[in-house]
Design a binder for this molecule. Structure first.
Ligand SMILES: Cc1cc2nc3c(=O)[nH]c(=O)nc-3n(C[C@H](O)[C@H](O)[C@H](O)COP(=O)(O)OP(=O)(O)OC[C@H]3O[C@@H](n4cnc5c(N)ncnc54)[C@H](O)[C@@H]3O)c2cc1C
Length: 277
């Protein structure tokens, strides 16, 4: 099937992109790496969109040291995240996550901003952002605003982004001394979306646990985090299984996903205990 597109415009810079979106109104759609959007267009899941191509916005690309945090431009591609020395040193979970996302061709085009804005509940980067306590810089013709990851993901493919807004950067706090960060998932085949996955950090004895493919959106497992902080591994696994409501679909039943969540938590905790970062 061929895509049904209402129009296409390539933005010169951020201001131009925002103006193009404003003119396009409700039909306006940001195009970044195209790895999710073009597939949706080809399947006619969406039609008549006026695509505003932001891929030439150099100011939204690359990783900068911002003191206590990293500023990752929204157009930074997955492959660039995996290879970036700042990311590998200060947010190693993001670099590790790239190895779990799709295949090389998709990692060469897909952008972190696209993955965050798309808000697929099975995607790795949104859960990483939650676990790492990231914030998102967003720009519109009314000016900039910052949205914490914890307030961004509303439902399946639904975010706090308002019409006309563009996600410009992901702000990730740098890992503290001796902080551990791991991501674990189970997928049927290498490169497939995960059947279940989680991101775990431990900073000064406090844990953050974010889940993906275990509900309608990425979420923090607050009760499991509290049990982990108390050093109660069995309690954490039990709390995790109790606080999730995973979907049943053609890939896996809810009961199997719940089982996987417990397995993955034990695996991630063992890596952290073993000193993995
Ligand atoms: C076969 C296949 C397998 C995949 N497997 C995985 C996987 O295992 N894990 C995973 O996480 N992902 C996977 N993906 C998705 C891939 O990572 C995408 O690249 C990513 O989800 C979207 O990034 P993009 O830059 O291509 O965004 P696009 O496809 O260009 O856009 C996606 C959506 O986000 C919006 N958008 C994009 N950028 C912005 C922005 N800066 N501001 C506001 N809105 C924006 C678009 O309007 C669109 O609605 C897979 C894709 C394919 C085709």
């Amino acid at each position: 099937m061929k895509a049904s597109v209402g129009g296409y415009a390539r933005a010169r810079d951020l201001r131009h992109a925002l103006e193009l979106l404003s003119v396009a109104g409700e039909a306006g759609r940001v195009l970044a790496g195209g790895q999710s959007l073009v597939a949706a267009l080809n399947m006619r899941l969406t039609a008549g969109d006026i695509l505003v191509d932001i891929s030439a916005l150099g100011a939204c690309r690359g990783v900068d040291d911002a003191g206590d945090s990293l500023r990752i431009g929204a157009l930074t591609r997955h492959v660039e995240i995996a290879e970036d020395p700042l990311v590998r040193a200060h947010a190693p979970m993001l670099a590790e996550a790239v190895g779990l996302i799709a295949h090389a061709a998709i990692r060469n085009r897909g952008t972190i901003g696209g993955a965050i804005a798309h808000a697929d509940p099975a995607a790795e980067f949104p859960a990483c952002a939650l676990a790492l306590g990231a914030e998102f810089e967003v720009e519109s013709l009314s000016g900039p605003r910052t949205i914490p990851a914890a307030a961004f993901f509303r439902d399946t493919f639904e975010t706090a982004l308002a019409p006309g807004e563009i996600l410009t950067a992901v702000i990730v706090p740098k890992a503290a001394e001796a902080e551990a960060q791991v991501i674990e998932e189970v997928a049927r085949r290498c490169g497939d979306y995960a059947l279940a996955g989680l991101c775990l950090t431990r900073r000064a004895g406090r844990h953050r646990l974010a889940l993906f493919s275990l509900g309608p959106r990425p979420m923090l497992a607050e009760r499991a985090m509290a049990a982990l902080d108390a050093g109660d591994m069995a309690g954490a696994a039990a709390a995790l299984k109790a606080e999730i409501d995973p979907p049943s679909d053609t890939q896996a039943s809810a009961a199997y996903r719940r089982h996987l969540a417990g397995v993955l938590l034990r695996r991630a905790a063992a890596r952290i205990e073993g000193g993995a970062a």
